[in-house]
Write a protein that binds this ligand. Sequence first.
Ligand code: TXA
Ligand code: MG
Length: 346
Amino acid sequence: MKTEILKIKSPQEKEKIQKAARILQKGGLVAIPTETVYGLAANALDKSALAKIFKAKGRPVDNPLIVHVCKVEQLYNLVTDLSEEACLLAEAFWPGPLTLVLEKSPTLPKEVSAGLETLAVRMPDHPIALAILEEANIPLAAPSANLSGSPSPTCAAHVADDLVGRIDAIVDSGACSVGLESTVLSLVGPKACILRPGGVTRQAIEDVIGSVELDPGVFRPLEGNQAPLSPGLKYKHYAPKASLILVEGSLEGFIELLSSVEDKKGIGALCFDGEEKMLPLEICVSYGPRDDSEIQAKRLFSALRALDELPGLKTIYARSPKGSGMGLAVYNRLLRSAAFDLIKTK
Ligand code: TXA
Ligand code: MG
């Protein structure tokens, strides 16, 4: 399959917006920019289009998709009940990086939510995504536009690396402003619960609806046969090709740990800006200033992909971010990249 690249800088570029929308209406796959990461979009109402998403990404069929809308009214056909909490949150954070899990309308294909009775929905805060949604006039299911398991794409080149030849088109609108996926908040249980930390912080949500829970799967692997609230939590994610070890502690502790590694061949570090010169390794990639979680979020996935480009890399030791505010999402992604392999130093 030939993948068309549509460079779109502004929603005024009507012809290209229409082209992307037509492909989607006809059941094709188009990677679109959002403020979080690029999404692989398809018509959420079309079973065979949904099946193409799972195939192109190599995504396990039990991992449900997020549906994207450009107007709150579109939700009336997608979910059965819009609670006051849901309305308050949509008003406060949409368009924006908050995904709400609500009761799914039975008329929607079951493939979109991988058979669950619930549906994840959000309105992306990106002018090109909104223009395409409006022009297509259909809700769009869109997981991150990467091969399943690899780091999410924060620019069109990342999408092309993973999906060229597998999808109809890629809309290239430059880099994503947030750089990490949306926060997934479930509103279907007895208490609102964050299933995946992301672009909207726990504190910001609590400022609107009061206290919310944090799913334990954010910090640790599932035990035994435990069924995940968010099926995506089951899988290894965001992983570079080399194995990654997350190191919690001071810069001194990190340097000591690296110094103790006898054979440094194939060993690399993921560190904070300015630390490269202090580390006893040749391969060091930084992902932002130590105290700026927002910049770390923006740069993390491209840093992981940059490490993937280096031949012969076997193990990456990564400096752990502070885990509060936006840093919680950065920490969560790194912990999953490391498949929960964590070392604590002084
Ligand atoms: O920022 C984002 O959310 C990006 C952009 C493209 O919008 N999308 C994204 O999609 O990250 P994806 O498929 O990579 O991640 C969706 C996550 C998965 O962990 C999935 O298990 C969870 O949302 N999810 C989807 N539907 C769900 C549901 N009904 N109940 C619980 N979790 C759900
Ligand atoms: Mg993903």
